[in-house]
Design a protein around this ligand. Structure first.
Ligand code: ZN
Length: 798
């Protein structure tokens, strides 16, 4: 038991005076431990940091002490730590959690509701399910620390507003969506406190595979954390409100909240955009009432892209909120000068941080900026969200239901379903693709007999499709998720006044079947829909899919795949000291396919410890690879890159018969330092001439080449501000794939396509006894582009 401010003597007094009942209620309040009483410091104070063990410990104690809290482990993290959610609500609601979960789940699927009366009962009796998720980006550390204060505050406050929140909402608080990263940051911060490195980012990825890209995984589900939270949200609890708490750069506005910037994605229900804006304005108004300066709306972040924590909810009919507070240096305060704010002029929708605007009515003029400042803003915003959820409970529940119901009715021009035809050669990929859809709660059906289908709206005859194909109907509650993953994206052309392309917040196109190399076609009509529907069998689990595509059953979700290599090469994957996301994603792909490899460090490169058959250089700049981290800010053990010694050793490695495989940016260093007869035609090209921030593009592939074994003559590849090669006539160079000579854009946005048409996308150069394989793009983009993984496997073969 923990003593708080001598309150146990109060408890004893109560015992003697008032008997058992009063003792209980008094004891419950008195025993709820404050974060300070458990940690020994007040979280979010300057230069304090709680690691995951401490945060976990605090929430465990809170669970024990308060009947308003229930903490559940929802899975293990990549590094094996407990991933937890804290349910916070009134004691009565916490007692009946499963009842409220079921109400929310029913409202998520209007087909499960019999009639108007049942609907009215559900709306009347349900609670708003709201989730607040902290510090998925672990260097944006303050929210994870703030989460303990928020929880304590909600559990112990006795005012009417808190009572209303607890009675009407059930909060699913994720103290961190990436606990591994909390520890990586906490360890680094403690180790470097008081040194030249205090407040720097740790010199490693703060998610084992993805680093910062861990918030790029919400439709692909490569990471166990994304899988666990997706299950919690879209298979179990169906939160109507999802708030993801982030931080931005230190010299930006103090806080950014919705409404968001343009463009919106046309697949986001307009009512969601309005509701997102409403909550953002509530937050903004509440912050203004507290005289918080420097709060921006309608800027920077758009709602185009699908794969973020707060954007995935839009495709489940829910309201996703993102906030971005200006950062300190991890938990150390910073001083921001007025001139630094004046210099920050590149923000979309926010041209001058020192001038008021309708979306930024109160400027912040600079000064000391502390973790506690961030925490207070985030606490206020969290409360605003919960107040909305409480006050408009019935409205949120009914609107959530209505959006799902709207999705069940066909709209003119939309397909009826998508078919994944039987007989595709890449059965493992097809199986993973369907597993990803089902893990998000999408319904998939197996065709038990052939069907007659129209593949074009105006087609006259029906086309026979074989049994063993799979169907995904469009008219299911998460219709927009279906459409947004299957359709090609057409990003609007957005140019700045100077003619430069305006960057979207993230990528412009992501069509999943294209990225994965899975054949999928839109179906506009099924011939005898009513009778044929009875022949379809709903897919209940992944082994049902696997039995249809003739694969052996698996025991786990997202199981690893068999090693596709025929030979047994000794593989090295370069891993610099700074933490490269592209390295992490490459590692994930190799491990997913159980391909043995070892990491090659800067020291290995410098000392020539390269007894390997093949080395992969993930996409990084020449400067990052050769020079690495700066010794001015990082301890010597982490500073520096492969250096010129490493470059020389790499050359020797190739000349002596090794194979060097370069992805995208890393080609630059190798082409230059090895004097190869290739050049990137897109290097230095301005944004008004060429721009492609992330789209699916078409490659023409020489399928006779061993590097292209198993690929199709036309293959979709992922291009994300990538490269395109011009090659001087040279007998040493072999071209394996080119960007299509025309119509290369398959999904997304590309300005100035002609600069890329017909240029080389994949080449192999013979150097001495060895070979260099140069990918102009990233064939393993965020672990999503399964369609181009075979290029990597082929390149790795001996
Ligand atoms: Zn972030």
């Amino acid at each position: 038991m923990i003593r708080v401010n001598g309150s146990s003597s109060v408890v004893h007094a109560t015992l003697r005076l008032c008997g058992l009942i009063l003792l209980f209620s008094a004891a419950i309040v008195a025993q709820v431990p404050s974060p300070k009483s458990v940690l020994g410091f007040y979280p979010t104070d300057d230069k304090t940091i709680a690691d995951w063990r401490q945060i976990h410990d605090y929430f465990t104690k809170l669970d024990k002490a308060s009947n308003k809290v229930a903490v559940r482990e929802i899975g293990k993290t990549t590094n094996g730590k407990p991933l937890i959610v804290a349910f916070i609500s009134s004691a009565d609601n916490i007692k009946n959690l499963d009842k409220y979960r079921q109400i929310s789940a029913k409202l998520a699927d209007p087909r499960a509701i019999r009639d108007e009366k049942e609907l009215n009962d559900l709306v009347k009796n349900g609670k708003t399910i709201a989730s607040i998720a902290c510090s998925i980006h672990s260097t944006e550390i303050v929210a994870s620390q703030m989460s303990m204060n928020l929880a304590y505050d909600l559990v112990t406050a006795t005012d009417a507003e808190t009572k209303e929140i607890l009675e009407n909402t059930i909060l699913l608080l994720l103290p961190s969506s990436n606990p591994d990263g909390v520890d990586i940051v906490a360890d680094w911060y403690r180790k470097t406190l008081g040194t030249k490195s205090e407040g720097t980012s740790p010199p490693e990825l703060y998610h084992h595979y993805a680093g910062h890209d861990n918030n790029r995984d919400w439709f692909m589900l490569n990471l166990v954390e994304t899988q666990a939270i997706t299950k919690l949200f879209w298979k179990e609890w169906f939160p109507q409100l999802v708030y993801d708490v982030h931080q931005q750069g230190a010299t930006a506005s103090r806080f950014i909240i919705p409404p968001f910037f343009d463009p919106p994605n046309p697949r986001v229900n307009p009512s969601i955009l309005r509701e997102v804006g409403l909550i953002g304005y509530k937050m903004a108004a509440d912050l203004q009432a507290k005289n918080v300066e420097g709060v921006a709306t309608n800027s920077t972040y758009d709602t185009w892209w699908h794969g973020g924590f707060r954007s995935a909810p839009y495709y489940h009919n829910s309201i996703g909120i993102l906030s971005e507070a200006a950062s300190a240096n991890l938990m150390s305060p910073v001083t921001i000068r007025r001139e630094q704010l004046a210099g920050n002029r590149n923000t979309r929708g926010l041209s001058n941080l020192l001038e008021i605007a309708t979306n930024y009515p109160d400027t912040w003029e600079g000064g000391v900026w502390r973790p506690a400042d961030i925490a207070q803003i985030e606490m206020t915003a969290s409360r605003s969200l919960l107040q909305m959820g409480a006050k408009f409970r019935e409205r949120y529940l009914r609107n959530f239901y209505e959006r799902g119901r709207e999705n069940l009715s066909p709209k003119t021009g939309e397909p009826q379903a998508f078919i994944i035809p039987a007989g595709q050669p890449n059965a493992e990929t097809v199986s993973r693709f369907l597993e990803i859809l089902m893990a998000q709660g999408m319904e998939v059906f197996e065709m038990k007999q052939e069907l007659y289908l129209k593949m074009e709206p105006a087609q006259r005859d029906f086309h026979e499709m074989p049994l063993g194909s799979f169907l995904v109907f469009v008219n299911q509650p998460q219709k927009n998720n279906v459409l947004s993953l299957f359709e090609k994206q057409v990003y609007p052309s957005r140019l700045l006044p100077n003619g430069d392309a305006e960057a979207p917040y993230d990528v412009a196109g992501w069509t999943l079947p294209m990225q994965m190399g899975v054949e999928a076609e839109a179906i506009y009509q099924i011939r005898n829909f009513e009778t044929d529907r009875a022949t379809l069998k709903k897919v209940e689990n992944i082994n049902q899919v696997r039995s249809v595509v003739n694969l052996s059953p698996v025991n786990t979700a997202f199981a690893k795949k068999p090693n596709p290599l025929k030979t047994n090469p000794k593989i090295g994957l370069y891993k610099g000291a700074g933490g490269s996301m592209d390295e992490g994603w490459t590692r994930l792909v190799l491990e997913t396919f159980q391909i043995p490899f070892r990491s090659v460090s800067n020291e290995d490169m410098r000392s020539g410890n390269l007894d390997l058959d093949a080395i992969i250089l993930p996409a990084d700049s020449e400067n990052t690879i050769v020079n690495g981290l700066s010794a001015e800010r990082y301890p010597t053990e982490f500073a520096g890159g492969i250096g010129t010694a490493g470059v020389d050793n790499l050359k020797k490695f190739v000349e002596n018969g090794g194979k060097l495989i370069c992805f995208d940016d890393s080609c630059e260093m190798v082409m230059k330092r090895f004097s190869l007869p290739l050049r990137n035609v897109l290097a230095g090209v301005r944004r008004n001439e060429f721009y492609n921030p992330g789209s699916v593009v078409k490659l023409d592939v020489d399928t006779k080449d061993p590097l292209a074994k198993g690929l199709r003559p036309e293959t979709a590849a992922y291009f994300s501000s990538s490269s395109a090669f011009d090659i001087a006539a040279d007998a040493r160079v072999k071209i394996i794939a080119k960007y299509a000579a025309k119509d290369a854009l398959l999904s997304g946005w590309m300005l100035g396509e002609k600069l890329l048409n017909g240029k080389t996308a994949l080449a192999e150069v013979t150097v001495g006894k060895g070979k260099i394989v140069l990918f102009a793009f990233r064939p393993q983009h965020r672990g999503q582009s399964w369609g181009t993984f075979p290029f990597i496997f082929n390149a790795l073969e001996k």
